[in-house]
Write a protein of this length. Sequence first.
Length: 377
Amino acid sequence: MIRGKKGLILRREGKIQDSLSCFQAAYNVNSTNVNNVKQIAKSFLIMGSHKRAVDAYLEAEKILNIPDWEIYFNLGECYTNMNQLYEAKKHLKRSIELTKNELPYIALAKICLLENHVTEAQNAYTVALSENPENIEAATELGLLYLKIGDVQRAFQQFGTAVAHSPNCTRAILPIAFIIQNHQEYDVALSKYKLAAQSIPESYALWNNVGMCFYGKQKFVAAISCLKRAHYLNSMAFLPAYNLGMVFLTTGQPASAAIYLCAAISADPKNPMPYLLLGLALKRLEDLEGAEKVLQKAHALSPQDPLVLINYAIILEAQGKGNIAAEFLTALNDITAVIDVDVQITQTAKKLSTKIQQGTASSKQEEEPRMLNSDEV
């Protein structure tokens, strides 16, 4: 008993190995005490020894006469960490049968998301909240799930619930501010980000969003400063690099834009947008050949994107490849017949098409043989 209490104290102090030794000593004295076995299993789980934790929990299960929901819940956690999702779900569902505690539902929802079973995850989080409406994790995760599937209103409600119970919950504050930011209420969003910054001042996502708020307010110097801080905090992240490239391009600094857009491409090589913007930057730097190459890559990644098609056609025409450019304009025209395309894109396409046709007509006139006059040989 004394060793067990000492083990708990050592665990709270972060001395997991020492606490495990205490629990094992207690087990050697009384191997039929299920609490000793559970504490050994818990220690293995904390240490990341999931297989040994599973063995210990299964031993605890055999000792018990009455099923214990915590054992099945922790077995589910172990199997999840071992990527044995079928076993994890089986044990979590067994845990749910034995308790109204929300924790097994939350763990089950996370597995459902890993398997891309969105509806099942949504149902699990909803039940978890019905069991405990004040659970911050369930409210926040359900909000993020709604945001992922595009249900912004319900997402906002869930984040609001989380913040109501925990005003400093940054995991809920950030998406609330992001939703407000998307509605172009930049000052309100900035006030939320300021609150979050007190808890997570080193968050690159926070500084990225703050930077884009300033960009929306057309305060470009402040935007660049915040985005550079975000990029410094996580130089491998896509968004800060991409957004810096976009802001530099907007402010007429194509060389700086190109540097950060290359970093964005390294972070997410399958995203067509940094290739598109890099093509525009290279065009402004009068590197048409380089612009053509990166726009070719953008087109390969997103062959039906109107922005990619029109800009690729512009570069090709500037390279003297009017016939190929005309083919892309035809493809753009076909897409315009099916979906709504920005008016500026369609107007640019018409002007470019006219320019190509005029160029083709001029070329034909130059190629036609001229008849000799009577005084010419």
